[in-house]
Design a protein around this ligand. Structure first.
Ligand SMILES: Cc1cc2nc3c(=O)[nH]c(=O)nc-3n(C[C@H](O)[C@H](O)[C@H](O)COP(=O)(O)OP(=O)(O)OC[C@H]3O[C@@H](n4cnc5c(N)ncnc54)[C@H](O)[C@@H]3O)c2cc1C
Length: 375
């Protein structure tokens, strides 16, 4: 590693890698620093793998804009670079009559956000598409799908390396100091501690992004950057003819929760799973609570009545880096150059929860715009 970089990105999750792929080019020193031994070992590999359409998020928010743009980019990128994906479509299902109004609200919001092809279905329309699903109506979102997130990250790694970016694994950022030329970044690796200077510093550290912002001297409580951990468990679902579905099946999200509700998703091999729920936790512990099986069973059975309790097996868990406090207002992604905090060319990405995977290519373009202004 040389002692001078133009752009340094902290974190080799899907977002940091997408940014590296976007900004790497010959004659530019781009570093990606990752504390783990490989890329994507945290949130980017503990998620649903859904290409979202952009329905849920408040109009004009970064979540809405970058999700819709990311959705389009992924459907262009995937076939071109042979990245596994399926445009399955998704149904948001109203089970009770009282949920119909919320369906209308979601439909209007999704259309306002630019989500493509949304359609309201009657009970009959729903049955025609998914005979095993029970509901009084649904929104069909044809542009929702699934993606092999590992293959997407591999593509970003290859593109970044082709542009001569260097990715340093087992390299943890432990200190950040503003200097006249940019930022002095202190790292810890197998050889001990060392530091180098970078002109632009991008904080894409996922669950630790608030701590990294703090390292640079930001008061994270004043800035509203303190993260809360929203754990989500998944249970896999045994396949049977009576529980067969061919689209992603979501409930109408309850208004009092900070997620979109336990839903039915697939991976590209066709394995079906239920999840994730949301529970605010204090530590980064991925153990699944088996006692939750009843909650998952009840939530799944509402949508797919043929599910049996024993069809469920604990699978995995992920943790969302949430800016939203328990019971608090929904929060947007923070993606900004911190020049108004006296830290020009320090770009923070904080609270990149869902739809961060879908939005990654669009986030990368947005951040590249902020970076180019500084170089
Ligand atoms: C349960 C769950 C389900 C989800 N489902 C979906 C979905 O279906 N569709 C969708 O679009 N999005 C989904 N998301 C959101 C999506 O997974 C995330 O937005 C995305 O993976 C975030 O990527 P990232 O690169 O910001 O973070 P991460 O993948 O967490 O990467 C951050 C990296 O920074 C590294 N790092 C941290 N601190 C340091 C340091 N000091 N020094 C060096 N490296 C450091 C970490 O080791 C890590 O590798 C889901 C998330 C969860 C939790």
């Amino acid at each position: 590693m040389s002692n001078r970089a133009d752009v340094t990105i902290i974190g080799a999750g899907v977002v940091g890698l997408a940014i590296a792929a976007q900004v790497a080019k010959a004659n530019r020193h781009v570093y990606v620093l990752e504390k783990n031994q490989s890329f994507g070992l945290e949130t980017s590999s503990r998620q649903s793998g859904v290409i979202h359409a952009g329905i849920y998020y408040p109009k004009g928010s970064l979540k809405a804009k970058l999700c819709v743009a990311g959705n389009r980019s992924l459907y262009q990128l995937c076939p071109r670079y042979d990245i596994g994906h399926k445009r399955l479509g998704k149904l948001i299902v109203a089970v009770e009559d009282e949920e119909r109004d919320e369906l209308e609200t979601l439909l209007e919001r999704g259309r306002g956000n630019g989500a493509e092809g949304l359609k309201l279905l009657s009970r009959r329309g729903l049955k025609e598409l998914e005979s095993n699903v029970e509901g009084v109506g649904a929104i069909l979102s044809p542009s929702s799908g699934i993606i092999d997130s590992y293959a997407l990250m591999q593509y970003f790694v290859a593109k970044a390396v082709e542009g001569e970016a260097q990715i340093a694994y087992q390299t943890k950022v432990v200190g950040i100091e503003k200097t006249a030329e940019g930022y002095e970044v202190e790292v810890e690796d197998s050889e001990g501690r060392s530091s180098f200077i970078t002109s632009v510093l991008v904080n894409s550290a996922g669950l630790y992004s608030d701590k990294v912002a703090e390292m640079a001297g930001i008061d994270i409580d004043r800035a509203g950057y303190r993260l809360h951990y929203g754990k989500g468990d998944y249970f896999s679902l045994k396949k049977r003819q009576s529980t067969r579905v061919s689209r992603l099946i979501y409930p109408v999200p309850p208004s009092d929760i900070a997620g979109v509700g336990i839903h039915i998703t697939f991976d590209l091999e066709g394995r079906v799973r239920l999840g994730p729920d949301i529970e605010y936790v204090d530590s980064l512990d991925y153990a699944i609570d088996r006692r939750e099986q009843k909650l998952f069973y009840d939530s799944g059975k509402r949508l797919l009545p043929a599910i049996e309790y024993d069809d469920l097996e604990p699978e995995m868990a992920g943790i969302r880096p949430k800016l939203q406090e328990p019971g608090g207002e929904i929060r947007d992604f923070v993606i900004r150059d911190e020049s108004d905090k006296g830290l020009p060319a320090f770009i923070n990405l904080i609270g990149i929860e869902s739809p961060g995977l879908t939005a990654a290519p669009a986030i990368a373009e947005y951040v590249a715009g902020l970076i180019e202004e500084r170089l």
